[in-house]
Design a protein. Structure first.
Lengths: 483, 470
């Protein structure tokens, strides 16, 4: 019997080897993929149970995890929620986070590689792991001023620091309260989310970086840059001053805003065309430059490019193929040209910074739970878009536009403001999209700004950039310059 | 004192050293080295159990609460009671079996208590309190077994009685009014409205006794006679009777009680004991072919068996995961194990309560989550050691009935571990069985403690008798 017993012992041994192997496979080799499985509620619970790092503006938390007595241990709380919602985003219980909560999730939740030693330390000392805090570049004064200035309009204001690319204000309206989307009651959460989602004003969209509108006349800054950089044109280059211009290969007519010619005289200079924001000379200029030159310059500014701040920014677009009629229209920012407010702030910021474009950035530094900096973000230049001379020339043209031209409502006493308005047409009967972009003070730029007002500012097709957008920019610039 | 005197003195008079007068005093003063070792290990086990409960409280509650610690102390008193009974009536019993059983039982209570905390259960609602009471009852049964059965050969006399009891126990859940259906399986009987009992757990002991007795009686006719086909000797049809009866019994358990695991357990037990008794591999192959054939037919025709196979093979498929009766539970268990990783979250700090029935069928996943791979390896090692001590009886024993019974009982524990842990970790399709000693469930505890008691008794006889034949 002992021979059989030996064999049975081997079988029992094999059974246990199988169990040792299967547990090892699951707990060691498959552990990562099982943990990453979207259905794994443990992972989800864990992500809420760590004391997530705060998001700080000038040292004050705008998002922080408050201890609560439920399964999730912490409740994500946003102070001044609607004001900062485009920046913070939100982290819901049953979905994926948005905004910085998404973009910096590894840091905030304490799982990024740079926090490896903190994790080990927490494991050994038995402390609960904590996430890192994130200090953003937002200036609370600029943010509040932009929020107030935009009032009840639908749109966005972006303020940047031209020399560094730091984003000082990023407002999108209408906004929402992210606190509604972090409640721990699943049903309530779903209800809140659905009602925001079905809201016609799309409060969940961050218009500063995700709304793509035709830029209209503010795009003339890009075309002007292309013209001056080509070496073939100067501000004094002249074009025939026509009251109407027939698009090549089309029966459609282009007119200047307000009708008539661009100032008096049979010819018009580029300087005047930009100051008064005339469409016909720009169309003529565009046709002479060709779409390639304009596209190259636009792409230098950041059109047709993805970038992150670290929020993912929607790609502003200059079409890859254009016929002559479209080329003429695109030269004053119509047809299929699209831009985000942040992109237009970058255009102004680059001109303000002497032609050197700085990488736009929302993060100042990342702080470990003990407040020691884990990562600091230094200003980074992206590329030289134009020569300093071209930048200075365009700056002067923009200053003239505010002093004595189409952007007069951005004028501030005692400060030279450089600016450009835009009034872009959408579909035939739709309200206009209104723009302003510029910077101040012109001789030593500290703030670049871009204002977007969608939906005609409530004025349908009667509103225009100087009427609606320029005063908003003025109000914001006054607030930050008077700090 | 010569080294052999211990054994000799404890057995029978003629072997007693010359010049020693017969008397009780002599025997009382013999050093009980095995029992000392057992006491030492038992104290360690009780210490670990108490520490586990306290860690659970610290991890899940944040403070130490004395209620369950007191109950745990009661458990320690009982196992120590069993230890002292052994000192009196089975002084040469194996010293590892009792500490291992106590440790596993205590760890199980700690984990069940941990799930109670997560569910907010307390008092008589608390599964841990009920488990502790059942443990007390089970250990009391074990003490009774050790006290009543002074010689395992008594059981040989009751071979057919044991067989009859086994069949009755198996059929009990099918009796109208008495049977209870829990999560699809009709393996429970209700006693009043309060207690439920799974008679199948006790039946496995009765079956082991019956198989051992029957096989020892009939091994010759089973192994010697038969036709040779392809170099293997196959049994005569009339000797095939018992294997067919057990096969039919297993299949009826699958079909009528909807309990795949129990069927596999009985049939595996029978095959192994048959093989041990007859040494005929052909029997085993025939038996496995029968069982596999039956199982395949069952998987084609019985929906619940088919579902188990799909869940096993394709657990992570979203369709299978989302289906009613699908792999949700299995996958949740896997998630828990993955969360535990190498060293676990620590007792009281994981989320084992996310998995359905984390305190019974899935207690191994719960332990894996909080104690990690390290903890599971330790638990598996405890089981392996327990089984090995039982097999030792088979290797060193000197009567065939005792050998067969010892191996059979320990093989039941091994196979049950394999079926349930293998089911949770996807070695085999998942079937509902309890993890011996660990899982919440009174009948399982009583049955396994009786097994422990029988193994203690068998191992005592083994050491207690001079070896006539090696």
């Amino acid at each position: 019997m002992n021979r059989e017993l030996k064999r049975v012992s081997i079988v029992v041994m094999l059974m246990f080897v199988a169990l040792l192997s299967s547990t090892t496979i699951i707990q060691v080799f498959q552990a990562d993929s099982l943990t990453a499985d979207a259905r794994n509620t443990r992972t989800l619970y864990d992500s809420y149970s760590v004391e997530r790092g705060a998001i700080l503006v000038a040292g004050n938390p705008i998002a922080q995890s408050m201890p609560v007595a439920d399964d999730y241990k912490f409740l994500r709380t946003y102070s001044n929620g609607p004001l900062y919602a485009p920046i913070t985003g939100f982290i819901p219980l049953n979905g994926s986070p948005t905004g910085l909560e998404h973009a910096l999730n590894p840091e905030l939740s304490g799982t990024s590689d740079s926090q490896f030693f903190d994790k080990m330390n927490a494991l050994i000392t038995g402390q609960n792991p904590k996430g890192a805090s994130v200090e953003v570049t937002i200036d609370p004064v600029a943010q509040q001023a932009a929020w107030d200035a935009l009032g009840d309009l639908t749109g966005s204001v972006v303020v940047t620091e031209p020399k560094t690319g730091r984003i000082l204000a990023m407002v999108s309206k209408p906004s929402y309260d992210p606190n509604l989307l972090t409640v721990h009651d699943n049903q309530q959460l779903t209800d809140n989310y659905q009602s925001l989602l079905s809201d016609d004003t799309n409060p969940l969209i961050d218009r500063a970086i995700n709304a793509l509108n035709p830029p209209g006349s503010v795009f003339k800054l890009v075309v002007m840059t292309a013209a001056l950089e080509s070496g073939k044109f100067t501000p004094e280059s002249t074009f025939p001053n026509l009251p109407a211009f027939q698009l090549p290969g089309s029966s459609s007519i282009v007119i200047n805003s307000g009708g008539g010619t661009c100032g008096s005289g049979s010819t018009v200079t580029l300087a005047t065309a930009l100051r008064l924001s005339c469409n016909i000379p720009m169309a003529e200029l565009g046709l002479q430059l060709g779409d390639k030159a304009i596209r190259d310059t636009a792409e230098k500014f950041g059109f047709n490019t993805d970038y992150t701040i670290p929020l993912k920014v929607a790609q502003s677009n200059y079409p890859l193929e254009l016929d002559d009629a479209q080329l003429a229209l695109s030269s004053f920012g119509q047809t299929n040209v699209r831009a985000t407010p942040l992109q237009m702030a970058m255009v102004s910021g680059t001109i303000a910074n002497g032609g050197m474009e700085m990488a736009p950035n929302l993060i100042s530094q990342i702080l470990a739970p003990n407040l020691s900096p884990l990562q600091t973000f230094e200003p980074r230049s992206l590329k030289r878009v134009m020569s300093a001379k071209t930048a200075a020339t365009i700056t002067q043209m923009m200053v003239n536009g505010v002093q004595d031209g189409a952007a007069s409502n951005a004028r501030i006493d005692g400060v030279n403001v450089a600016g450009k308005t835009g009034t872009a047409e959408n579909a035939a009967d739709d309200p206009y999209t209104l723009w302003f972009t510029g910077f101040a003070p012109a001789e030593d730029p500290k703030y670049a700004i871009s204002v977007l007002v969608e939906d005609g500012g409530g004025l349908g097709q009667t509103g225009y950039g100087n009427l609606v957008a320029a005063p908003i920019a003025k109000q914001v610039l006054e607030a930050v310059l008077n700090k | 004192m010569p080294p052999s005197s211990n054994r000799a003195a404890a057995t029978d008079a003629p072997a007693r050293p010359q010049g020693t007068k017969p008397g009780k005093v002599r025997r009382l003063h013999l050093p009980q080295k095995l029992r000392h070792l057992e006491l030492f290990l038992l104290l360690i086990a009780c210490g670990i159990n108490a520490a586990a409960v306290m860690l659970v409280q610290l991890g899940a509650l944040g403070h130490i609460d004395t209620t369950l610690v007191l109950l745990g102390a009661g458990l320690s008193v009982l196992v120590l009671g069993l230890h002292f009974v052994l000192r009196a009536v089975a002084r040469d019993a194996d010293p590892f079996i009792l500490p291992i059983a106590s440790l596993l039982n205590g760890l199980g209570i700690a984990m069940i208590y941990r799930i109670d905390i997560a569910n907010g259960d307390a008092g008589w609602e608390s599964a841990a309190v009920r488990q502790t009471v059942w443990s007390a009852l089970a250990i009391a049964c074990a003490i009774t077994v050790v006290l009543v059965i002074r010689n395992h050969r008594v059981l040989f006399r009751y071979t057919y009685v044991a067989g009859f009891i086994a069949v009755v126990l198996l059929l009990l859940p099918l009796v109208p009014g008495l049977g209870r259906e829990v999560s699809g399986a009709r393996v429970w009987i209700g006693i009043g409205s309060f207690a439920t009992f799974q008679p199948g757990e006790i039946a496995k002991i009765a079956l082991a006794v019956f198989f051992a007795g029957y096989l020892v009686r009939n091994r010759d006719s089973l192994s010697m006679v038969g036709k040779r086909v392809l170099g293997m000797r196959f049994p005569r049809l009339r000797d095939l009777g018992p294997i067919l009866v057990v096969w039919a019994l297993s299949m009826s358990v699958i079909i009528f009680q909807r309990d795949l695991g129990t069927a596999l357990l009985y049939f595996g037990l029978f095959l192994v004991m048959l093989y041990l008794a007859t040494g005929r591999l052909s029997w085993v192959l025939l038996g496995m072919a029968l069982f596999l054939g039956g199982a395949i037919i069952a998987s084609q025709t019985l929906e619940y068996v088919n579902g188990r196979f799909t869940n096993w093979l394709d657990a992570l498929n979203p369709d299978v995961y989302g289906a009613s009766g699908g792999s949700y539970q299995l996958v949740q268990g896997l998630f828990g194990l993955a969360k535990g990783g190498l060293i676990g979250t620590g007792l009281g700090q994981g989320r084992p309560d996310i998995t359905p029935v984390p305190q019974s069928d899935y207690i191994i996943a719960s332990l894996g989550e909080e104690l990690g791979l390290a903890g599971l390896f330790a638990i598996l090692a405890l089981y392996l050691l327990f089984v090995a001590r039982g097999f030792r009886i088979g290797f060193a024993g000197n009567d065939d009935f005792g050998k067969l019974l010892g191996v059979g009982l320990s093989f039941v524990v091994a196979l049950q571990c394999f079926i349930v842990i293998g089911g949770v970790t996807r070695v085999i399709p998942l079937t509902g069985l309890t993890t011996p000693f660990l899982a919440a469930g009174g009948s399982s505890l009583v049955a396994n403690w009786i097994i422990a008691a029988l193994l203690l008794r068998l191992s005592d006889t083994l050491r207690n008798q001079p070896r006539l034949v090696v």
